[in-house]
Design a protein around this ligand. Structure first.
Ligand SMILES: Nc1ncnc2c1ncn2[C@@H]1O[C@H](COP(=O)(O)OP(=O)(O)O)[C@@H](O)[C@H]1O
Ligand SMILES: [Mg+2]
Length: 354
C-alpha cells in the first residue's frame, strides 16, 4: 500500500493542524513534512516516525525540495532510501506512485514520453496518443516524481534527465509544443553505493542534485528500535497470525547482523568473516517478518529459534560455499561461546547450516 494511503489519517491530521505556509504545489508546510517523517504530534493525533535517524538529514532533504535542485538519496542497500523517498513524496505531493524504476533497460522514452502506437498510426501524433512518463506527469501538476536506482541507467537516460532538470521542460517536437513544469516540480532519486562502477553517474547529473547519504543505523539500540517498529507495522499489514518476536530475539538478530556487517564482534574483541551479500537493517526486518509467517502458519504463533535460524540461513548464506563457511565460523567462534541464553539459537542454526 502506498504511504499516502497507509498513513492517510496522519496526513489528514497534519493538514488540519498545519498553520505554516505551504510552498507552491505542496500539500503540507516544510515543518509538517518534517513531523510526518520524524514523528511527533498534530493536534491530538500521534504521528509515528517513518525514518529513524539523524533529523538534520531529513531537514536537509526537505529544504532541497524547496529549491530548484533535485534530491538524491544514496547509501548501502537497505538504508531506507526508497522508504524515505516514498514518504517524502507522499507528504509533499500526496501521490508517491509517479515512479521510474531504473535498470539497464530503462530508455529515454521512460523518462520523457512515448506513444500509443495504434493511435499514432491511426491519427498521427496527437495529445491522445501521447503517453506521459511519471516525470512528465509530475511536471504537469507541479509534483514530485521518484527515480529509483538512477545509477543503474545507461548514460543516454542520465543525459535525458540532465536536460529535464536544467530546463524544467520537455520538448515535444511531434506536437510542436513544449511542456514546462509547474512550480513545485522536483525529482527524488535513489542510488546504491554498492552499484558503483556499473554506470558511474556523470558529474553533470550529480551537479543537478543535492546528494544526501543515508547511513546504516549508528547504534545497536537505534537499529533494534527501527527493526521492532517496522516488523510491527509490516506484520500488522500482512495479518500474520503470530505474535511479535520478543525483545531478546530482535536483539540477537540485530547483534548478529551488526557483527557480520562490521566484521567485528560488538565488544571489539574478535574479528569475524563478513558474508558476500548485504546484511542490512531491511534484511533483518524481512527475516523477522518471515519468521512470523513461519510461526503463524506452521508453528504455535510464537517465533521460535528454529524459525529465526531458517531466516538467518537465508539472509546470510547467499553464495553457498563462501557464506556457509563464514557463517559456520561465526557460529563456532562467536555464538557458541556466548553461553546459555544463546545455546538454543546456536543449536538451531548449526543444524540448518550443516
Ligand atoms: N533508519 C531507518 N528508519 C526507518 N526505517 C528503516 C531505516 N532503515 C531501514 N529501514 C526499513 O528498511 C526497509 C527497507 O528500506 P528500503 O527503503 O527499501 O531500502 P533501500 O531503498 O535503501 O535499499 C523499510 O521497511 C524501512 O522502513
Ligand atoms: Mg531502494
Amino acid at each position: 500500500m502506498p504511504a499516502e494511503k497507509l498513513y492517510a489519517k496522519e496526513l489528514a491530521a497534519l493538514r488540519e493542524a498545519d498553520k505554516d505556509a505551504r510552498p507552491a504545489g505542496w500539500q503540507l508546510s516544510p515543518k509538517a513534512v518534517l513531523t510526518y517523517i520524524t514523528g511527533g504530534k498534530a493536534g491530538d493525533a500521534i504521528i509515528t516516525p517513518k525514518y529513524i535517524g539523524n533529523k538534520r538529514l531529513v531537514e536537509m532533504a526537505i529544504a532541497t525540495l524547496l529549491t530548484d535542485r533535485a534530491l538524491l538519496l544514496i547509501g548501502e542497500p537497505g538504508t531506507a532510501k526508497s522508504w524515505l523517498s516514498e514518504n517524502l513524496t507522499a507528504a509533499i505531493h500526496g501521490d508517491s506512485s509517479k515512479v521510474i524504476q531504473g535498470t539497464a533497460g530503462t530508455t529515454e522514452e521512460h523518462v520523457r514520453y512515448s506513444w500509443n502506437y495504434a493511435l499514432l498510426l491511426a491519427q498521427g501524433p496527437t495529445e491522445q496518443a501521447l503517453i506521459r512518463s511519471p516525470i512528465f506527469r509530475a511536471m504537469e501538476c507541479g509534483g514530485i516524481a521518484r527515480f529509483e536506482e538512477i545509477s543503474r541507467c545507461a548514460s543516454e537516460v542520465q543525459d535525458a534527465l540532465i536536460s529535464i532538470l536544467s530546463e524544467k521542460a520537455i520538448a515535444i517536437p511531434e506536437l510542436n509544443r513544449e511542456m514546462a513544469a509547474e512550480r513545485g516540480f522536483s525529482i527524488i532519486g535513489t542510488a546504491n553505493t554498492r552499484d558503483r562502477g556499473v554506470n558511474e553517474m556523470s558529474a553533470a547529473l550529480k551537479r543537478r542534485f543535492n546528494i544526501i547519504v543515508l547511513p546504516a543505523p549508528s547504534s545497536l539500540e537505534m537499529e533494534i528500535d527501527i527493526v521492532r517498529r517496522r516488523v510491527g507495522e509490516i506484520s500488522a499489514s500482512y495479518q500474520l497470525r503470530a505474535s511479535q518476536p520478543d525483545e531478546e530475539t530482535v536483539r540477537k538478530v540485530v547483534t548478529i547482523f551488526r557483527e557480520l556487517r562490521s566484521g567485528l564482534t560488538l565488544d571489539g574483541k574478535e574479528k569475524v568473516k563478513a558474508p558476500t551479500g548485504v546484511i542490512s537493517t531491511a534484511e533483518a526486518i524481512s527475516l523477522l517478518t518471515g519468521s512470523m509467517a513461519l510461526a503463524g502458519s506452521f508453528g504455535d504463533g510464537k517465533v521460535s529459534d528454529e524459525d529465526v535460524a531458517a531466516g538467518l540461513q537465508g539472509a546470510i548464506v547467499k553464495d553457498e560455499e563462501k557464506d556457509q563457511a563464514a557463517w559456520k565460523e561465526y557460529l563456532e567462534n562467536v555464538m557458541k561461546k556466548r553461553g546459555a541464553s544463546w545455546r538454543s539459537l546456536y543449536g538451531a542454526c548449526s543444524e540448518i547450516n550443516g
